[in-house]
Design a protein around this ligand. Sequence first.
Ligand SMILES: Nc1ncnc2c1ncn2[C@@H]1O[C@H](COP(=O)(O)OP(=O)(O)O)[C@@H](O)[C@H]1O
Ligand SMILES: [Mg+2]
Length: 356
Amino acid sequence: MTTPGGTEEAGPPAALDLPPDAPPSGITATGVARRFGPVRALRGVDVMAPAGAITALVGPNGSGKTTLMMVLASLLRPDAGSVRIAGVDPVQDPAAVRRHTGWMPDTLGVWEALTAREILEMMGRLYGLDRDIARSRAGQLLEWQELSTLADEPARVLSRGQQQRLSLARAVVHEPQVLLLDEPASGLDPGSRIRLRDDLRQMAAAGKAILVSSHVLSELDEMADLAVFMHDGRSVGVEDLAGDGAAGGRYLLTALDVRALLPVLERYAVAYRQQPGRRQDSVSVEVASADEAADLLSILVAAGVRVVAFTPEASRLETAYLELDRMRSAAPVAPDAGRTGGAGRASRRVGRRGNR
Ligand SMILES: Nc1ncnc2c1ncn2[C@@H]1O[C@H](COP(=O)(O)OP(=O)(O)O)[C@@H](O)[C@H]1O
Ligand SMILES: [Mg+2]
């Protein structure tokens, strides 16, 4: 796959002449289960991660994200369920799945003793590139991730952010159609996180299917198009983050002069909370819907209040997560309910975006 109009800055360089017959589809998994002895790490997971989008896999520690990714990457065999990666079943044809899949584990692991260049060259060789092509591919990827000056240092001396960049480069050596990234943003400083986000967005725009896990919502918020929520080995909800814009909830409202703002809120009986401490230019208001938020903003502007910011307090991802949590506690599911029952009433969003 070539990045359309791609330059070295715009996306991973394309060096391989792969036949254009790679199936365009992304990831689908249904009813995936996997135990480790008595531990039921996955009890029924449904995931769809389409090509051209970044899908977040969100859930607390121990909820099964890594296990799921390893099943998808053909590194673990599922006990039950069905998986297709770019149309291929990892149980039937793991070699084909590995050709289509780039896997970024949460650490570099034993590779840390090698240099960055050696890691990329060796990976290219493992994917069947001949020596010269593997070498030039490694050079391009090092340049893409701005690691050229560190190319001949052992990978263990690289910072966390640099190691993650190397790990991403390693995952795309063979220009996979599907990327599985396990906690790639963990431990990154804000600059590195933005860089990672931009790189992943580029690759999604070039048509890759990207599944990226995290237990920290804020890491994925600006990155993800879709989110799949995991809890206790099950997928419990799906949210389309690129979809229908803002919703109701608490909004933070900032005005140039808060003394002009408060009387208008009071006149329209809008309940507000003033921010404690020094942020006296902002108040927090609750609205029932996006419509109501838009109405309130027009009223304030028409009344001459000089509003400088009006924004949901929680991110889309946080709002979806909190809502799901609220619904789950309102409608608890039986611990051993079957797969579809396990997703249960709490996950009204399951199915909204083809996750079944
Ligand atoms: N190799 C293993 N042997 C035994 N239990 C495991 C193994 N791998 C994962 N588990 C268990 O499976 C559950 C899910 O783990 P994991 O997939 O790593 O979750 P996450 O990545 O969401 O933190 C946890 O209870 C974990 O302890
Ligand atoms: Mg994990």
